[in-house]
Design a protein around this ligand. Sequence first.
Ligand SMILES: [Zn+2]
Length: 355
Amino acid sequence: MIHVRYERGLYLPAQDLWLDPWDAKRFAFVSHAHSDHIAPHDEIIVSERTARLMQARLPGTRIEHVLPFGERRTVHDLNVMLLPAGHIFGSAQFFLFAKKETLLYTGDFKLRPGKSAEPAQWRQADTLIMETTFGRPRYRFPPTEQVVDQVVAFCRETLDEGAVPVLLGYSLGKGQEILCSLDGAGLTPMLHGSVYQMTRVYEQFGQSFCKYVRYSTNQVTGKVLICPPSANGSRMLEKIRRKRVAMISGWAVDPNAVYRYQVDAAFPLSDHADYDDLLRYVDLVQPKRVLTLHGFAAEFARDLRDRGVEAWALSNENQLEFPPRVLAKASGLRELRFDARSKPTRETRALPNLN
Ligand SMILES: [Zn+2]
């Protein structure tokens, strides 16, 4: 089997290639432009849209191998293909053809069609490395249209009360999905500067949105403010005396989300696959083994094993459940390595992961 290591990112030793490493590396695949997936690498494999978004967020020079979706290409001596991941604009999965084996790495992904991301595509692979942010059965998202209707109703009710509705969503991906969701609702979105900057990059690639305005202190009345979660409690929002704040995140299905995020409401619109779609993806890809990472990696791997699928988590929790020595013996994954130094893990560092 293709050797895989996990050490603050995935590493394929035989290919000398990193997949979404946290730290700057010589040669890496960057799945998408969220801040916990980009670093100043020397040389990257990347989609065109991610390359542009990455340039806006992390300016600098690097060698870019910009690949189109769905076409098999050779980079150095690697035979690879990018597939859309459906997570955010430009997000890609990485498919590796290695002699008689194949490997698919999802990065962050979702199967539900979004309005501002390319629909996910897949193909059969021997090894599937997948994110499992919402890998517990309690994370089942309601239909998107239902959530969007609730968000629009929240905005209208808040405006009717003479207050300003504030929707909190990550500036890249979620902000634009919210913007698309408000299209046709007769509302005027006002974008925080960071959301505005990312939205402009989308427009350079031809994505169109409903009419919106950029944030301006004295003109918030009657608008729907779209801000990153970090703006909650900021001076910018404190200055708005009458407002109602809603978190837009998959974590909203947690009953205590409103208290956890200190908001008035929370709506489960997510950029990630929910539990059912994670299971569905394994069915679609038909892998011989699954390696999981992020979120509930160990729990989801255990659920897959209960269903007869060979699956192992690429995260620290695994050490509690299976000592690496036992795991290596059980799975034959001699190169699977666990790095105790990698605390906090990306998921704990990013908690709450609101993208
Ligand atoms: Zn992401």
